[in-house]
Write a protein that binds this ligand. Structure first.
Ligand code: NCD
Length: 314
């Protein structure tokens, strides 16, 4: 039985394997829909409505959710930016969500506020419909971690558990501000034998101290140290510096830029993931290296979100 999807902990490993298998089936359903073949059929109840409420910019997340709902044969209503809603008249985000939940069966919400906290414990105080957190400030982005895990699961032959064990994950990005890194680490930390090597690409490592979010896992303090660890990595996850979340964004270019030399030092089966949008950390001319799976992640986002909506509404 599905509930709100607010953080990675909302998704059990069993649910995930089930969803990954459904996502594989959705790959075919999406193709049938695209080509309007006779195989296409509605996969959510007639009249089902999904609302997307996005108060922060988005390309992949919002449009893949909307495309997913259309391809399943459902309906979509959408509002983007506070200016488009009564928030512009001073209404609180909580009231807006509560109002829209009367008009949709599932709400997909992205906000700079910690929305995941409001719905904790299945509390329906704010909302009459299912809620999917599509990114809340620096906090969580569970469906990105879900599609990252699906991409890895497919790479591992679509068998076994949702989360591989005994692997080494290199992670580069804005450790303090990136919700995708946080959700990714939460997802793969479920297997205790997995190891993480974190490098903060804002150049602000010195700020790490007790009480920060990755207290208990290893972050290296220099790029050289990180590069020395690259031959051990099974997965390398790159995310841009989250400039919009820093008071002064001018001096915040990524101190890590992937090069051919790095690619040469990684294991031959190492996968390089990036939730997008990419910036300087992943130069476009490296997209054709087999290890770089960013565009596969973009595509997989559609199938995973079709699977998720089908499970919730179907
Ligand atoms: C991410 C986000 O919004 O947190 N984008 C996405 O949803 N794919 C990552 C980012 O913006 O860096």
């Amino acid at each position: 039985m599905f509930n709100n999807v607010l953080y990675v902990a909302s998704l059990s490993s069993d649910m995930m394997v089930d969803m990954f298998r459904t996502a594989d089936a959705m790959r075919d359903a999406a193709t049938a829909c695209r080509h309007r073949t006779a195989d296409w059929k509605r996969l959510v109840p007639e009249g089902a409505v999904m609302a997307t409420l996005f108060f922060e910019p988005s390309t992949r997340t919002r449009l893949s959710f909307e495309s997913a709902m259309h391809r399943l044969g459902g309906n979509v209503i959408s509002a983007c930016g506070e200016d488009a809603l009564s928030c512009a008249k001073g209404e609180s985000l909580a009231d807006t969500i509560q109002a829209v939940s009367n008009y949709a069966d599932v709400l997909v919400v992205r906000s700079s506020q910690p929305t995941s906290e409001w719905f904790k414990g299945g509390d329906s105080h704010y909302c009459r419909s299912f809620v999917i957190n599509a990114g809340d400030g620096e906090n969580h982005h569970p469906t990105q971690a879900l599609l990252d895990a699906y991409t890895i699961w497919r790479h591992n032959g679509c068998t076994g558990k949702a989360i591989p064990a005994g692997r080494t994950f290199g992670i580069v990005g804005d450790l303090d501000k990136s919700r995708t890194i946080r959700s990714f680490v939460e997802m793969f930390k479920r297997e205790q034998s997995n190891q993480f090597i974190l490098y903060d690409s804002t150049g602000r490592q010195a700020k790490f101290r007790a009480g920060t979010r990755y207290d208990d896992i290893w972050h290296v303090s220099s790029l050289e140290e990180f590069e020395a660890q690259m031959p051990k990595m099974d997965y390398l996850y790159l995310n841009r510096v989250q400039k919009e979340r820093h008071a002064s964004s001018t001096a915040l270019d990524s101190t890590f830029v992937l090069t051919e030399k790095h690619l040469g030092s990684l294991k031959s089966r190492c996968l390089i993931l990036n939730p997008g949008p990419r910036r300087d950390e992943l130069p476009a001319h490296l997209d054709n290296w087999g290890a770089v799976r960013m565009w596969e992640q973009v595509e997989n986002g559609l199938y995973v979100r079709m699977a998720l909506l089908r499970k919730i509404l179907g």
